[in-house]
Write a protein that binds this ligand. Structure first.
Ligand code: NAP
Length: 403
């Protein structure tokens, strides 16, 4: 009989909720899970909903992941084989510290970002590599969709389709409509920090910085139609630029409607997206955190969101001395996701790869000590799992290219 594996899942928000549903569908690998978050009542409610539907044993706990000692105590008590960090990027280093102290595998979906500066970079987490190697444990960084599946797609293209990849364009299209004048489809604070930052792309060995939303293109997405998309800085650019052979340029584009951008500009203009604390009636508040409190909770968008997402990578490179283009992408339907797990597609496309990434480590398919980005592992079992667990991929050998 196979040994029962246990995952400790930190966070119980939009993404975690999908990952937890998926762990419960995959009881063979996830024999036990413990859902731990700041607000335990959310964990209890989800556990009560899922318990009658699954063989996975579910427990819950309260934890403040800003406190390393509390995390260590929880890990020692629960004795998980892996900690799945599905809280916020601010907690990444604390959770990695607790994993080191307890010699427990680690995974996340977003790279570390200090709370007081909207700057995300891998350098802080990469600095843990030797410590993880010495402890004999794995840290899998960025196992969502982007980063995540985009890295797996890149590793798969490199392994099976190209001798050398020269250009990658990552295209992230959300063609969904939630019917609100303005809402973000994942954590508003993280989302707004990401899209209001300067853009950048990697070209010929260096970063080229752009003003926010300076570079705009239009693309006709299968399943969605024509959409405007804008160049953003995105975390997987940093690791793919290092890990993909022969790369000359890598860019990331995300679609936004004019309505979204107009609202965002207005909020920015009045100071509501600022992360600098201000004094309000004798209390320090961060305007962006206040904005988060008044915006719709992304977890509540599920029933209202209609339409599809289409996220993928266009590769240009060489195979057998000839130029080759290749597009790998997934199309996901918001309402189908809602029917299956009660969430919209943005949470679904992140939560499913989170479960798959953890299952790769728990099942021993991905097994090396140290801190790794997802494209540093064999993509094949992950690509199979995407088809099995609800994110089937498609390929196109003559895609329209982005200029
Ligand atoms: N790679 C990708 O494709 C991708 C895409 C989208 C999102 N993401 C990432 O996914 C993560 C989760 O996003 P989300 O939309 O699910 O966010 P969310 O709905 O706001 O959920 C965050 C969860 O973390 C918990 N949490 C926050 N601070 C905590 C702390 N100090 N201690 C313990 N728990 C804490 C929250 O608890 P409370 O309920 O108590 O606040 C909540 O349950 C983020 O890091 C985001 O950047 C990745």
């Amino acid at each position: 009989m196979k040994e029962m594996k246990k995952a400790l899942i930190i966070g119980c928000g939009a993404v975690a909720s999908v990952a937890i549903h998926k762990c419960c569908q995959n009881s063979e690998v996830f024999g036990k899970i413990c859902i731990a978050s700041r607000t335990k009542s959310k964990c209890d409610a989800l556990a009560a909903k899922l318990a009658p539907t699954t063989k996975t044993e579910i427990s819950t706990a309260q934890v403040n992941a800003d406190n390393v000692e509390e995390l260590i105590r929880l890990i020692e008590e629960q004795k998980p084989d892996i900690v799945m960090n599905l809280a916020l990027p601010y907690q990444d280093l604390n959770i990695m510290d607790a994993c080191l102290a307890t010699k427990t595998h680690y995974m996340d979906t977003a790279n570390y970002e200090p709370e007081d500066t909207a700057k995300f970079e891998y350098k802080w987490q990469w600095a843990y590599d030797k410590k993880f190697k010495d402890a004999g444990i794995t840290a899998l960084l960025g196992s969502g969709f982007d980063p995540g599946v985009t890295g797996v797609f890149s590793a798969y293209a490199q392994k099976h389709q190209f001798d050398e990849i020269n250009f990658i364009d990552i295209l992230d299209c959300n063609g969904g409509d939630h019917g609100y004048p303005f809402a973000t489809n994942f954590n508003p604070e993280i989302n707004i920090r990401e899209v209001s930052a300067n853009g950048s792309y990697w070209e010929n060995g260096k970063w080229v910085e752009t003003a926010p939303m300076e570079i705009k293109r239009e693309y006709d997405f299968e399943g969605v139609g024509r959409r405007d998309m804008y160049l953003l800085h995105h975390e997987e650019l940093e690791s793919l630029a290092l890990n993909i052979k022969g790369i000359k340029r890598i860019r990331f584009f995300m679609t936004f409607s004019q309505n979204y951008l107009t609202h965002l500009k207005c909020l920015e203009n009045v100071g509501m997206t600022s992360i600098k604390p201000i004094n309000f009636e004798g209390k320090q508040i961060v305007p962006l955190q206040f904005l988060k409190a008044v915006l719709p909770d992304p977890a509540s968008l599920g029933p209202r969101t209609k339409g599809k997402t289409n996220i993928g990578c266009i590769f240009i490179g060489k195979k057998d001395g000839k130029q080759k283009t290749y597009y790998l992408y997934n199309i996901c339907d918001h309402q189908e996701c809602y029917k299956e797990v009660g969430s919209q597609a943005v949470a679904y496309t992140t939560g499913v790869p989170a479960m798959i990434g953890a299952s790769m480590i728990l099942s021993g398919k991905w097994n090396k000590a140290g801190v790794y980005n997802i494209e540093q592992f064999d993509p094949d079992p992950f690509m199979d799992a995407l088809n099995k667990w609800g994110l089937p991929w498609k390929e196109n050998f003559s895609p329209v290219l982005v200029d």
